[in-house]
Design a protein. Structure first.
Ligand SMILES: Cc1ncc(COP(=O)(O)O)c(C=O)c1O
Length: 360
């Protein structure tokens, strides 16, 4: 445990404003929804707050029923988590022992190595191919000891994605003792036509055919509820049964459950969010091209840019401009910065600040 490197969250806006004595800092560091939550979700929280003296529904009956209907599966296939990262933790707790290996790609989400190390298991990091997952190298790295593989699709922090055919073939060829987690925290963005990710899969229907598949999704990103902490896993009901055994009682609070139900139903807000994202992505990529900077093509709500100099220094200089982005040296990308797609005016603040910083 002492050897664990704690997860580094994006710098909070209030912290930077306090440090610089400014008021209008912009945070594009944690892949949050810049439009915020659905108004319906906020109203649902207001309603739910009257009942906070009671414990929440420990089985999340209503949210699970709604998700089950939307995803066309049994509620028994669902596991609710305090954020989808908690679902990832349940998978590790339920399946991984210190004798096991956990496989993931270079430039993968920082939570995977933390969970692996916390379980005392061995992390096997497979080199990336063109910033994304190298599925044949990952397949070749599977041993008798491999118990779990994490694949984020799209991947954070690179925004790269895998097509249905490649991912399904990979899954078909996996030995049955290996659990595959497909982490779809950014699913809705990649599935949006505006992002142009032809062939991007919806893996949820696959759980019927593959009992060793767990799909995780979240309300933190497209639904704008990162602060409430709610996400879910989809798997074969027998696997969900195991995950729910390690789940702490009342892990999802009543405000989060109520807000998530309302957020799911608000398709107008979802569409607005997706629209803002693909427009913003076009603006950010065009700005990179104008500045002569390469970026990793992304189908998420963030863009990772090669700033051609130490990313940490550019990050610090942007902070002094009141713009918070994410340095990604800890992801093996020392010259890159990851920026979340913001509101149009936030994107402009970032572009103007980056232009000034790079000119210096
Ligand atoms: C790839 C990936 N998975 C999972 C998460 C966790 O999200 P949450 O725990 O808020 O659902 C994130 C958040 O940044 C992410 O980028």
């Amino acid at each position: 445990v002492r050897g664990l490197q704690p997860y580094q969250p994006g710098k909070p806006v209030e912290e930077l404003e306090r440090e610089l004595g400014i008021r209008d800092a912009v945070k594009l560091a944690s892949n949050e929804n810049p439009l915020g939550p659905s108004r319906l979700a906020v109203q649902a929280m207001q309603t739910a707050q009257e009942a906070v003296w009671r414990y929440p529904d420990g089985n999340g009956f209503r949210l699970k029923a709604q998700l089950a209907e939307q995803l066309d599966l049994e509620p028994a296939a669902l596991t609710l988590g305090n954020g989808s990262s908690e679902v990832l933790q349940f998978v590790v707790q339920a399946f991984v022992t210190p004798e096991d290996e956990v496989l993931f790609s270079e430039h993968a989400f920082a939570v995977y190595p933390i969970l692996t190390q916390a379980a005392g298991a061995r992390a096997v990091v497979v080199p990336a191919r063109r910033w994304g997952h190298d599925l044949s190298a990952m397949r070749a790295a599977v041993t008798e000891r491999t118990r779990l593989i994490f694949i984020a699709n799209p991947n954070n922090p690179t925004g790269t994605w895998l097509e249905a055919e490649a991912l399904e073939t990979f899954l078909t060829e996996l030995p049955p003792h290996v659990i595959l987690v497909v982490d779809e925290a950014y699913f809705e963005y990649a599935a949006d036509r505006g992002m142009g990710a032809a062939g991007y899969p919806d893996t949820v229907p696959w759980v019927e055919r593959f009992p060793n598949l767990v799909v995780s999704r979240t309300f933190s990103k497209v639904y704008g509820l990162a602060g409430l902490r709610i996400g879910y896993g989809v798997s074969h009901p027998a696997v969900a049964d195991l995950l729910n055994r390690v789940r702490p009682p009342f892990n999802c609070n009543s405000l989060a459950l109520g807000a998530a139900e309302a957020a799911l139903a608000d398709t107008v807000h979802l569409q607005r969010t997706l629209e803002n994202n693909h427009r913003g992505m076009q603006r950010l990529t065009a700005a990179c091209e104008a500045l002569g900077l390469e970026y990793i093509p992304s189908v998420g709500n963030f863009l990772t840019i090669d700033v051609e100099r130490p990313g940490d220094a550019v990050y610090e200089a942007l902070l002094r401009e009141g713009v918070i982005v994410r340095p990604v040296a800890n992801y093996g990308l020392p010259r890159h910065l990851r920026v979340t797609v913001g509101l149009p005016e936030e994107n402009e603040r970032f572009i103007a600040a980056l232009t000034r910083v790079l000119e210096r």
